[in-house]
Design a binder for this molecule. Structure first.
Ligand SMILES: NC(=O)c1ccc[n+]([C@@H]2O[C@H](COP(=O)([O-])OP(=O)(O)OC[C@H]3O[C@@H](n4cnc5c(N)ncnc54)[C@H](O)[C@@H]3O)[C@@H](O)[C@H]2O)c1
Length: 261
């Protein structure tokens, strides 16, 4: 018997305005494309102007929804305020905020300077907080939602990633806290916890791991060496941000190929 496994692209984001941070690369880029392909008006945010341009060009080429690029550091309070007021005056509303901007720095903890630790927290945790805080008034109006980027390192730890894992632990707690706080007002807040997704972040990390005790990594990657695709995480984010995720809030959804089961 023939089985129908063809995915049908539903226009789940028609008439929806979705801000995607970290949209110049990796998971954020794949998410921006996915949401636009489903009819969304994407505001693509990143510090990497060239990456952003590539994202927006590929969306316009593919047709479907629309995309507008905004160069912005999520770690700057002033820039995030300008981002949100710009979206409200240009697009007029916000239905979803997808916080994918992030940085990873791998080092033994004893060699991790205060400055580096703070840099990682500033982008991954403070940046997520700032975007959430500034977008929440508009999300309360639209009964919208937020999807944050946690990580399996938040729940399970990761050697040589003290700052990163701690920042993602903060995102985990922030996500669950906002989910409770805004539950009655109809704003959903969820996160994905990716692990082992092949993106420029992971490639750069691999290049910086000389001298690390690799035995510590054996339980962190799949025995078959397979990495996930950014599109696999984008599909889960799109589900959470769309009405398909209507009955989910406060969830941290692992997308790690089963490594941490
Ligand atoms: N790839 C993985 O296996 C993995 C695992 C767990 C969590 N994550 C998380 O998923 C998210 C996306 O990661 P990725 O793997 O696609 O990485 P990536 O490096 O490909 O993309 C991250 C993007 O964030 C942008 N960015 C960095 N600092 C910024 C700032 N201050 N303001 C705005 N943009 C900024 C970068 O320019 C880049 O385009 C990150 O939050 C990451 O921590 C990824």
């Amino acid at each position: 018997m023939a089985s129908n496994t063809t995915a049908v692209a539903l226009p789940r984001f028609a008439d929806k305005v979705v801000i995607v941070t970290g949209a110049g690369s990796g998971i954020g880029q794949a998410t921006a494309r996915r949401i636009a392909a489903e009819g969304g008006a994407v505001v693509a945010v990143d510090m990497n102007e060239a990456g952003l341009q590539k994202t927006v060009d590929s969306i316009l080429e593919a047709g479907g929804g629309s995309a507008r690029a905004v160069v912005c550091s999520v770690a700057s309070e002033e820039s995030v305020k300008a981002l949100i007021s710009g979206v409200l005056s240009t697009e007029g509303r916000i239905d979803s905020l997808v916080n994918m901007a992030g940085i990873l720095r791998s080092l033994p903890t004893m060699e991790t300077s205060l400055d580096l630790f703070q840099q990682v927290l500033n982008v991954n945790l403070i940046g997520t907080f700032l975007c959430c805080r500034e977008a929440l008034p508009a999300l309360l109006e639209s009964k919208g939602n937020i999807v944050n980027a946690a990580s399996t390192s938040a729940q399970f730890g990761h050697p040589y990633m003290a700052a990163y894992a701690a920042s993602k632990g903060g995102v985990f707690a922030l996500t669950r806290t906002l989910a409770w706080e805004y539950l009655k007002q109809g704003v959903r807040v969820n996160a994905v916890a990716p692990g082992g997704i092949m993106t420029p972040m992971v490639v750069a990390q691999g290049e910086s791991m000389g001298g690390f005790d690799m035995d510590l990594f054996t339980h962190l990657s799949r025995p078959d060496g397979v990495f996930g695709a950014p599109e696999s995480v984008a599909a889960v984010i799109a589900m959470l941000a769309s009405n398909d995720g209507a009955h989910m809030t406060g969830e941290i959804v692992k997308v790690d190929g089963g490594v941490h089961n």
